[in-house]
Design a protein around this ligand. Structure first.
Ligand code: SF4
Ligand code: SF4
Length: 788
């Protein structure tokens, strides 16, 4: 551990209302002595020196801190600096610093700082109005003038070596460029911006309608700073730029650098970073102190160990996030939520995501939701490369999917500001993400929520932003959280993803939706309806299905008069619940308006109740068949399949199926005669889902290579990524037929196997596979060879 914060005074002469030491959850300062005693300073110096010696540290940074360290006075500061230099200078290079509010800085103290090579950072939130917003004395008086006086002192040539820079806490009420200019005017050697300490239990203030206000604020600074030619280092922005270029961060606020910092309190107790004081009373405590414990004991503390474990120490959402190496899950303290502790993304997640992209992609760059080559654990690549895939690997893909959908929503969120439906809906989503994260995840995991968001981001001019209100309403209803939300109708239909659709053709204007016990209430034009929800679990019994004992489950022709309107006719008013199978838990998705395009394959309209039960029975039987006869594919099918979209029967009677990367988790299928045929199609299509999920985070082929390949299973030449998709799917289909009896099955197995081998050879021959792609396809080849 090479960085230490030494709390040499535990009280302060200011009374800033945003202070994390005095104004947040942790109140341990009350139990601390006013000033660190010489004995404690000596013990701290000794511990740091012995640690530096044992670990052969080239440099150690010690920051004198408080409260307000200048309250120690010139003599007190000189004594502390003396003691630290005496103990540490012989064993390492001591980088001695101080963080101060500056108001007590005098020439006498400045002399001490220069004499002992102490570099001081001064807290300043902008011009007078900005600084006075929080940084005041207990009687309300401004501290601004005295801070400027201190800065003038530090700018004098004789004291300039002790001027480390300015630290500014972001306040949305302050105009960002004015703040930046006010800080720049003090000619600091460096500026740093700090997001106000907050967590999921105490979220930061967000003005209504603002989706990523903190990112917007910092990006405004970024633009001005860039236009000025970056006249001064800004630590947060420089770190984001550095990590975008593959470099390392200089702040624990972003990036994946291991935590390397311990706090030593005034009484000699070791604590974790100060920002944890914002989480809960006692959060930073370790139970260790400089008198009894070496620094190694602090490094082994479980919470510090988590913060030192980089990617592994982050929650699943962050680990799967496309920008995790640049964001790093934000500041540790900002992840706290009662119940789950620190195992969450940052409460600033949308801001961080937007900021990361904005800084690296240029001003106002929309979120780039493209691939991040190094997010995926290589073990997952190897596992999926075999063609199969364990539950663990599959779970990672679902987490990636959720992170992608979130990233799309964040990219969309600036456009929601001021939108009559999307604005309040965004606020509701942010709120529900804190209070009901499981319900939000359920809705965001729905394949056609991602497709809707994807389309909005891709073609902003045509964006159906009102749909966000339906997404938020569905999450609120699932969570049972009441509160009115206006949702626009689309062709007289209120479609709630994962729940169903309310056909209300004669309603005028939007529908006001609120959750009630067991469902929701909808109001429009002075009328109110109450709708019970919960979906309709469809029993797997063979209702309307031929299922001789142990034999195939076949669909019988649809009987006449099944209760559904003829094709093209308007559906009758009323609630149409989403239907789902229980095992596997899959929606028979015949309602969602975004289930519309699978190339040339038209989707079926709402199924009749009888037809829906048949689909459910066949689907259940097919998945059970996969469990027993092709078990290696079962985790993928069970873990990734969220929805089956019935297609219209193929005019030529072919069995058709399709997936789309933008509708991850959905498989569209024409009616097929039995569960064996359905099992084959499901295995085939879920391979496409697996590969699409992998390609979300991992470059397997050179996507800039536009050459086409001829493949045996298609008449038209295919792009290389399409060839890889086909190869991965045919590997699994070859395996399915390998396990079935009879000469016809053997012939099919050989055909698919040979196609797969030929296509793998062609991909290798073309030289379009990346290193990860070669590793992945080596696994496929090994599986093929294992069969023989
Ligand atoms: S100057 Fe610093 S320690 Fe003092 S009250 Fe303000 S924020 Fe807290
Ligand atoms: S942007 Fe959000 S999900 Fe991604 S790493 Fe940061 S906090 Fe985690």
């Amino acid at each position: 551990m090479s960085q230490y914060v030494l709390k040499i005074v535990s009280r302060c002469d200011l009374s800033c209302d945003h202070c994390y030491v005095y104004e947040h959850a942790d109140q341990s300062w009350r139990r601390q002595p006013h000033t660190m005693s010489p004995r404690t300073v000596a013990a701290a110096g000794r511990r740091i020196a012995e640690h530096a010696t044992a670990h052969r540290l080239d440099v150690v940074r010690v920051v004198l801190h408080g409260g307000e360290p200048l309250l120690a006075g010139a003599a007190g500061l000189a004594a502390v600096a003396n003691e630290l230099r005496r103990r540490l200078d012989p064993v390492t290079r001591l980088d001695l610093r101080m963080q101060s509010n500056g108001v007590l800085l005098t020439e006498e103290i400045a002399e001490v700082l220069v004499t002992h090579s102490v570099a001081v950072g001064i807290s300043l939130d902008g011009d007078r109005a900005a600084n006075d917003r929080h940084r005041r004395y207990a009687n309300g008086a401004s501290s601004h003038e005295r801070v400027l006086r201190a800065l003038a002192l530090l700018r004098r040539p004789e004291y300039r070596p002790s001027f480390a820079g300015l630290l500014c806490t972001v306040d949305l009420a302050n105009e960002p460029v004015s703040v930046y200019r006010a800080l720049l005017a003090e000619d600091p050697p460096q500026i740093d911006f700090l997001l106000p300490h907050a967590n999921w239990d105490r979220p930061p203030p967000r003005p209504s309608g603002a989706a990523t206000p903190y990112a917007d604020w910092l990006l405004a600074v970024h633009r001005a700073w860039t236009a000025d030619g970056r006249p001064v280092p800004i630590r947060l922005l420089d770190s984001l730029l550095a990590t975008a270029a593959g470099g390392t961060t200089r702040t624990e606020a972003v990036g994946l650098a291991a935590a390397d910092l311990a706090v030593i309190e005034t009484d000699g107790s070791y604590e974790q970073v100060d920002s944890l004081k914002s989480a809960y009373d006692g959060a930073p405590a370790t139970g260790l102190d400089v008198f009894r414990h070496p620094v190694d004991a602090v490094a082994a503390h479980p919470m510090i160990a988590v913060r030192q474990s980089g990617l592994d120490g982050l929650c699943a959402t962050c680990r799967a996030c496309p920008v995790v190496r640049r964001c790093g899950g934000g500041l540790f303290a900002h992840r706290f939520r009662a119940g789950s502790g620190f195992d969450n993304p940052s409460v600033y997640c949308p801001d961080l995501l937007y900021l990361v992209h904005g800084v690296s992609g240029g001003p106002d760059a929309p979120a780039d939701t493209g691939a991040e080559p190094d997010v995926l654990d290589p073990a997952v690549l190897d596992d999926l490369g075999t063609g199969y895939g364990t539950e663990t690997s599959v779970r990672q893909l679902t987490e990636v999917h959720l992170a992608k959908t979130r990233a799309l929503l964040v990219a969309l969120s600036p456009a929601t500001a001021g939108h009559p439906f999307a604005g309040p809906a965004w606020d509701r989503m942010v709120e529900l993400d804190v209070t009901a994260p499981a319900a939000v995840a359920d809705v965001l995991g729905h394949p056609f929520v991602r497709r809707w968001a994807h389309r909005c981001v891709r073609t902003p001019a045509l964006a159906d932003l009102g749909r966000l209100a339906a997404v938020a309403a569905a999450a609120a209803i699932r969570a049972g959280v009441p509160g009115d939300l206006d949702v626009p109708l689309r062709d007289g239909v209120l479609s709630l993803p994962t729940l169903g659709a309310l056909h209300w053709p004669d309603a005028t204007g939007p529908v006001t939706v609120t959750a009630v016990a067991g469902g929701f209430r909808a109001r429009a034009g002075g009328r109110t309806v109450t709708v019970p929800v919960g979906g309709v679990p469809l029993p797997p019994e063979p209702l309307g299905v031929d299922a001789p004992s142990g034999g195939p489950v076949r669909l019988r022709p649809e009987p006449a008069g099944s209760g559904e309107p003829p094709r093209g006719a308007a559906p009758p008013p009323g609630w149409r619940p989403a239907r789902r199978t229980e095992d596997p838990a899959v929606l028979i998705e015949d309602l969602d308006p975004y289930r519309d395009s699978y190339q040339d394959l038209p989707v079926a309209p709402r199924l009749s109740p009888v037809a829906a039960v048949r689909w459910a029975a066949q689907l259940t039987a097919a998945v059970r068949r996969i469990d027993t006869t092709a078990g290696g594919y079962a985790p993928g099918v069970r873990g990734l399949l969220r929805a089956v979209v019935p297609l219209r029967p193929d005019r030529r009677g072919r069995h058709r199926s399709a997936t789309a990367a933008s509708a991850f988790g959905a498989v569209a299928i024409t009616p097929v005669p039995d569960d064996a045929a359905l099992a084959e199609l499901l295995v085939h299509e879920v391979q496409h889902l697996k590969l699409a999920g992998l390609l979300d985070v991992c470059e397997l082929v050179d996507r800039d290579d536009t050459r086409l390949l001829t493949v045996p299973w298609r008449a038209d030449p295919r792009p290389v990524e399409g060839v890889l998709h086909g190869t991965y799917a045919h590997l699994a289909v070859a395996d399915v037929w390998r396990r079935r009896p009879g000469p016809e099955a053997a012939a099919r197995h050989r055909r698919y196997r040979d196609w797969t081998l030929d296509a793998l050879d062609a991909l290798h021959g073309l030289g379009v596979l990346t290193a990860a792609g070669r590793r992945f396809t080596a696994g496929m080849r090994a599986t093929l060879h294992g069969w023989s």
